[in-house]
Design a protein around this ligand. Structure first.
Ligand code: NAD
Length: 481
């Protein structure tokens, strides 16, 4: 079958042929069939996209916020109209089980509507009497200007939209650079952008790999970068933005704990452990992949979790009952298999899985795996695996449990299991993480999502996520009259 050749980028409201000869293959991770060859935009494409955004920055920033919000709500509607196409594309290019990808358009739309609802409050008149001298000060929030949005492959639509909504409401035009593995949902998003009536140039898209992303980061007309991805790449983007004194938001990796207290309800653990630890076949930044259990209950909890994980259906991601699909790419599969080997070699015991599923000669599948007897120094306890691998560590006494939970350079997320919500909340105060779930792990578009320590800088979601795209200006005034 001929493979689609896609050689254009979305600039100033139209698809424009790229001069770049570099292409990246997009592969269906379930069948390993090529889906498309998509252009890796070059520096000239990035320059055109950034200039298109810069050309409308003043007008878009001066557009009344209620009008910007109206268009953001229109975008939500257009995403919903394309829900089935977007769901199918996400599952096709990323292997995300449809039980998960079917929520992507709805949650994206909910996020956009929330931004549109709360955003105007940031632009309400803010006058502050001066406690040091006569007069007052008008505090203004102004859009930073062109925002570069760089995203990974694991949630191809959602991770773009959580940047796009806040940027648009704040008044920043954007250039989006999605992951090379998953450019197709992002391209479909541009149809929604166009149908929503967003002015040409406000949203631009350049597909490509790290070199395309780097050209965007280094472009002098880009005023802020919002990046989601690995800690290693985030560090290099942070360095570049630091040199340019440019604001940056970095949403990076994690190795989050699920801390089971001695009074935890086994039924609650059984109900939520898959979502907490292995959502999207483990390719979730906030997955709580270190299960930290009291040694007094270790056998019982390991058996329970092993049972849940081994019973969750693995297979065709288009089957609505599937929980585990393939990993996104051969590279990611090999990376995860490398961690499984390292777990075996370092003496952990695979109570479920531990290799490649039998009878699957196509598709980037790995076996969902639960390792018991994990010690804190093992690689599978320290490094982000980004696959369906759960490492169980035992503790004696709550202080040791909390210390193990915090024994990581990351600080993205955590889950605490306890029958006593008050006790869990008191333990949550001791956990170094940006978001913490009690007896489940959820998301809330109204609440800040932020990685601490090696998990990043800055905030997404909530009013705070919109503020990341704004600069403060204080206008001091003499007393009137
Ligand atoms: P990655 O860091 O390799 O790539 C992310 C994006 O950055 C891609 O678009 C890539 O092309 C681009 N890129 C790569 N090198 C670049 C460079 N030098 N300059 C500019 N852009 C560059 O990450 P990945 O493998 O695509 O995604 C997995 C990682 O993302 C995991 O570490 C995961 O934890 C993290 N993640 C974090 C969050 C969060 O909100 N904290 C959410 C999802 C994923």
């Amino acid at each position: 079958m001929p493979v689609d050749q896609i050689g254009d980028v979305y600039v100033a409201g139209r698809w424009r042929t790229s001069g770049s000869e570099r292409r990246t293959a997009v592969v269906d991770p379930t069948t390993e069939d090529p889906l498309a060859e998509v252009v890796s935009a070059d520096a000239a494409d990035v320059d055109a996209a950034v200039r298109a955004a810069d050309a409308v920055a003043r007008d878009w920033g001066a557009t009344p916020v209620v009008e910007r919000c109206r268009l953001v709500v229109r975008l939500a509607e257009e995403i919903e109209r394309r829900a089935s196409g977007l769901t199918e594309t996400i599952t096709r290019e990323n292997g995300t089980p449809v039980a998960e990808s079917a929520h992507a358009p709805t949650t994206a739309a909910a996020h956009l509507r929330h931004c549109a609802e709360v955003g105007p409050s940031l632009f309400a008149e803010d006058v502050r009497p001066n406690p040091m001298a006569p007069g007052d000060t008008l505090v203004q929030r102004r859009p930073l200007g062109v925002a570069g949005l760089i995203t990974p492959w694991n949630y191809p639509l959602s991770l773009i939209v959580v940047k796009l909504g806040p940027a648009l409401v704040a008044g920043c035009p954007v250039v989006i650079k999605p992951a090379a593995e998953t450019p197709l949902a992002a391209r479909m998003l541009m149809d929604a952008v166009e149908a929503a009536g967003l002015p040409a140039g406000v949203v631009n898209l350049v597909t490509g790999d790290g070199a395309t992303g780097q050209a965007l980061v280094e472009h002098p007309l880009v005023r802020t970068i919002s990046f989601t991805g690995s800690t290693a790449v985030g560090r290099s983007i942070g360095e570049a933005c630091g040199r340019a004194l440019r604001p940056v938001v970095l949403e990076l990796g994690g190795k989050s704990p699920a801390l089971v207290l001695d009074d935890a309800d086994p039924e609650v653990i059984a109900r939520s452990i898959l979502k907490v630890s292995m959502r999207n076949t483990g390719q979730t930044c906030k997955a709580c992949t270190r299960l930290i259990v009291p040694n007094t209950r270790r056998g019982e909890i390991v058996d329970l979790v092993a049972d849940v994980v081994s019973s969750a259906p693995l297979g065709d991601p288009f089957d609505p009952s599937t929980f585990f699909g393939p990993l996104v790419s051969a590279r990611q599969r090999d990376r995860v298999l490398g961690y499984l080997e390292s777990g075996h070699a370092e003496g952990a015991k695979a109570v479920v899985g531990g290799g490649t599923p039998a009878g699957r000669d196509r598709g980037f599948f790995v076996e969902p795996t639960v390792f018991d007897d994990v010690t804190p120094s093992m690689r599978i306890a320290r490094e982000e695996i980004f696959g369906p691998v759960l490492s169980v560590l035992g503790y004696d006494g709550l202080d040791e449990g909390v210390a193990l939970a915090n024994d990581t350079p990351y600080g993205l997320a955590a889950t605490i299991f306890s029958r006593d919500e008050g006790r869990a909340a008191a333990v949550a105060v001791r956990i170094e993480a940006g978001t913490i779930g009690i007896n489940h792990y959820g998301s809330n578009a109204a609440a800040p999502f932020a990685g601490h320590r090696d998990s990043g800088l800055g905030v997404e979601f909530g009013l705070e996520g919109i503020e990341e795209y704004l600069a403060l200006t204080s206008v001091h005034r003499l007393p009137r009259g």
